[in-house]
Design a protein around this ligand. Structure first.
Ligand code: FMN
Length: 205
């Protein structure tokens, strides 16, 4: 696994210059996003919440509104090539040690915003996820918690070289999640905690 390395100095006793001892702190780079372009995306909140459980991590939370591109078409592609924004998205995936995605479900599938980015990104690099560990999540206000899109992505992403290490669905977001406390329903919180512990252990091995 590749880590970003930060050099920090620890002060022992009096903190004179000679007392400083260098310590290499390894920061795991996490790329997290809600696969939605809603300003108040509940999936962005869930992805950010999951990322916050990884200590000593460099967390990059992106907003898909910053990756808006023309609607993918093979004609546009042959005329103009790939947008720089799509290349940037693929670059961010490639730089991450762990990717956390929470998918919005629209009519049983990906949001249009995410599908467009995914289509362009898959043309920049068909191995879009570049072998990176991916936590796949979904939530919705409904009782199925985006399970349909979660299943779709769970199957599809592996064709694009995603190493899906965990999946998680949170039903009835507004009932089971608060801004202050995160997941408040005990059973969903327990399964979430277990997921985080399992991923941490996989990342460390
Ligand atoms: C066009 C449209 C279709 C939707 N279809 C579904 C659906 O199939 N299943 C579902 O659980 N919720 C569906 N919803 C509700 C979304 O889950 C809800 O808007 C949620 O907040 C989307 O996630 P976001 O806040 O991260 O964008 C739909 C919403 C829209 C606008």
């Amino acid at each position: 696994m590749r880590y970003q390395t930060s050099l920090v100095f620890i002060c022992y006793n009096k903190c004179s210059r000679v007392d400083f001892k260098p310590l290499y702190l390894y920061l795991m780079k996490i790329l997290a996003f809600g696969a939605s372009n809603s300003k108040n995306s509940i999936n962005k909140k869930l992805a950010a919440y999951a990322a916050s459980f990884f200590e000593n991590a460099d967390i990059i939370l992106i907003d898909l509104n910053d990756f808006e591109m023309p609607i993918f078409s093979v004609d546009r592609e042959s005329q103009s090539g790939h947008p720089e924004t799509a290349k940037e998205f693929v670059r961010l995936l490639g730089e991450a040690d762990l990717i956390i995605i929470s998918l919005a479900e629209h009519n049983g599938s990906y949001s249009t915003a995410f599908k467009n980015i995914f289509d362009w990104a898959s043309r920049v690099n068909s191995k879009t996820f570049q072998g990176k560990p991916v936590i796949l999540m979904a939530t919705s206000p409904g009782v199925r918690g985006g399970k349909t899109v979660l299943e779709t992505a769970g199957t599809r992403f592996s064709f694009h070289d995603a190493n899906v290490v965990a999946t998680y669905s949170l039903p009835e977001f507004h009932k089971n999640f608060t801004e202050d406390s995160g997941i408040i329903q005990p059973e969903y919180k327990a399964s979430f905690d277990q997921l985080i512990a399992e991923v941490k252990s996989k990342m460390e091995s």
